[in-house]
Design a protein around this ligand. Structure first.
Ligand SMILES: [Ca+2]
Length: 299
């Protein structure tokens, strides 16, 4: 049923985009997006499978998949009012769509905030954009893929596609389950260089865990991730977690404790040197996401 609905959606989108070709690009293009990127990714293969496994079969999960080809964020699927943490503040206005891509923006904007644990943070220098999946059950296992063009701002910001859930919310001091899988974190570490692709994983709390797991891995791409769109994927099964970039496996590890239903997140986070040395140079910064696609394995 999901495949049929998706096929119908793709047909409708194709018609809609042709119908709107006479509308000027400026009507829809976000101010910092070049017109050349508009409409270039609207051809959706049928059926659509992961880039790493084009012959499938996989079953697309429409609850977590989005082509971001509409004029606004699908509020049935995504939150963009996420509780803030860290040295920046999530703000709805920093989440934009342009009929082709989702755009998350970071602004230099001096402000203050009371943190989720009651601390007053003053001053803070940046606001940014995030979306998080709304499906209350979250997602456990499957194949997760996003097509992303990283931010032109380097170093200092981190475009990321990741999964996490802290049971009971951020302020819960004693969660039973709190795990995270980072499908990709881009340009986040000034020491590793601009082409370092972070494929990381964390486990903070789990009944089977004797100590926390924080494992980082940097794959160095032969290109800069802000030059063009690239496809970042991750297959998560009961036994393995496997990371892909442009359809090629780049890392795998055994799955020890990642069995919690998790929320999908796209975010633009702050990194050094800007955490320690705030600066307005190069802002606003932004990154673009052509799509998120999520599948279940068909055995
Ligand atoms: Ca798109």
């Amino acid at each position: 049923m999901d495949i049929v609905i998706y096929q119908l959606t793709a047909v409708w989108l194709s018609f809609f985009m042709r119908y709107n070709e006479n509308i000027t690009d400026e009507t829809f293009v976000y101010e910092t997006t070049t017109s050349s990127s508009l409409y270039k990714n609207v051809t959706i293969p049928d059926p659509v499978y992961p880039v790493s496994d084009p012959n499938g079969p996989w079953l697309l999960d429409d609850n977590f998949s989005d082509e971001f080809n509409n004029c606004s964020l699908d509020s049935n699927k995504w939150y963009n009012e996420v509780t803030s943490w860290g040295l920046w503040t999530w703000k709805q206005e920093n989440v934009v769509t342009n009929h082709a891509n989702l755009i998350l923006k970071m602004e230099y904007e001096v402000h203050s905030r009371i943190n989720f644990n009651g601390d007053v943070l003053d001053p803070l220098y940046y606001t940014s954009g995030i979306i998080q999946s709304k499906e209350p059950a979250g997602k456990k296992y499957g194949y997760f893929e996003a097509k992303i063009k990283a931010s032109e701002k380097y170093p200092g910001v981190c475009p990321a596609f990741w999964l996490y859930r802290k049971e009971g919310g951020l302020a819960n001091k004693n969660p039973t389950h709190w795990t995270e899988i980072d499908i990709v974190e881009l340009t986040q570490n000034i020491n590793y260089g601009e082409n370092a692709i972070g494929l990381n994983i964390h486990a903070f709390n789990h009944p089977d865990l004797s100590e926390e797991i924080h494992e980082g891995f940097e794959w160095h791409a032969p290109w800069k991730p802000d030059d063009d769109f690239h496809v970042y994927g991750m297959e998560w099964s009961e036994d393995w977690i496997v990371w892909y970039v442009d359809g090629i496996e780049r890392k795998r590890r055994a799955n020890e404790v990642w069995d919690q239903e998790l929320d999908l997140v796209l975010s633009l986070g702050l990194r050094n040197p800007l955490k320690n040395e705030p600066s307005s140079v190069g802002f606003p910064a932004h990154f673009e996401v052509d799509y998120i696609r999520v599948w279940d394995k068909i055995n």
